[in-house]
Ligand binder design. Structure first.
Ligand code: PAF
Length: 287
């Protein structure tokens, strides 16, 4: 049992605004780490970096229903508030913003939403209609409520990162986004709250995502076709993983690079292992 004081949990928008006003009056800078909870070592990296960036850290824990589709795992999504608060207390985080759904959406889903545009309908957005509109809308709300100077986002969710960054630019939101590198287990699997749904065999199969990305990166000097062949070869060798997509996208536009492309890009992959959908990505230079 830890003896660290737990963060102050703020459940209302008005309460959060009061705290922010108090900290700002005292001249302190704020960094926000938005999360869905079920915190793991990946989130720890965010919170550690936030401590270097700003005087005060706020972690939001909100399982946002508007980013889950009708047939998705909203009810199943892991909720571990007690453990999360313990961990954040150990890390010295002073404030957790943990509003209820009613507090965030008092009249139901907002009539005003932020559209993620065409890129929001590709890749993750193709199988999860409306997902990125839900993400962008809740991130905009969280930024408006906490008005941080810094916000942390993980490289692991590359498409989300791209879309949030574009929203911040497009809407002139006065916040600096800090990108946090993906944290991996020793065997390469990217940490995700969803990994806890994998049984032992599925957990083993799940490493195919990072293995395929490694194969793709190693083949990058030989050109785009070699990258795709290397990744597909690896993925086809793991029958327990059902591939959704593998693609090489332009880092600036998040759209697939054309045939013969050379230059910096991001390889992205998504696969279903059992009932669990996993994603990963890697940057590479296609030669
Ligand atoms: O990546 C997540 O955890 C969520 O999409 C976010 C950014 C907290 C919005 O609900």
């Amino acid at each position: 049992m830890s003896s660290s004081p737990r963060p102050q949990v703020i459940e209302t928008v008005a309460g959060m605004r009061d705290v922010v006003a108090h900290e700002r009056e005292a001249g302190r800078t704020i960094a926000l780490t938005p999360t869905l909870g079920a915190l793991h070592a990946g989130h720890v990296a965010h919170v550690e970096r936030a401590a270097e960036l700003a005087d005060v850290r706020i972690v939001s824990i909100f399982v946002n229903p508007t980013q889950f589709g009708a047939n998705e795992d909203l009810d199943k999504y892991p909720r571990t508030m007690d453990d999360d608060l313990e961990l954040l207390g150990e890390m010295g985080v002073p404030y957790v913003f943990a509003p209820s759904v009613e507090e965030m959406y008092p009249k139901g889903p907002t009539s005003t939403t932020i559209s993620a545009g065409q890129v929001g309908t590709m890749f993750e957005g193709k199988t999860r209609a409306g997902h990125f509109d839900g993400v962008l809308t809740v991130v905009a709300k969280l930024l408006a409520i906490t008005t941080p100077q810094f916000v942390t986002f993980g490289q692991k969710d590359a498409q989300q990162l791209f879309l949030v960054r574009r929203m911040i630019t497009d809407l002139n939101i006065p916040v600096r986004m800090e990108i946090i590198e993906t944290v991996r287990d020793d065997d390469g699997l990217a940490l995700s709250s969803r990994n806890q749904f994998l049984d032992a065999s599925q957990r083993e199969a799940a490493t195919i995502l990072s293995t395929a990305l490694k194969a793709a990166t190693s083949a990058a000097d030989s050109g785009l076709d070699a990258v795709i062949a290397a990744a597909q070869g690896a993925l086809m060798g793991e029958s327990r993983a059902e591939l959704d997509y593998f693609s090489v996208v332009n880092t600036e536009t998040f759209t697939p690079v054309p045939d013969g492309f050379r230059g910096p890009a991001t390889a992205i992959v998504a696969a279903r292992v059992g009932d669990t959908r996993l994603i990963d990505n890697s940057s590479l230079y296609v030669g």
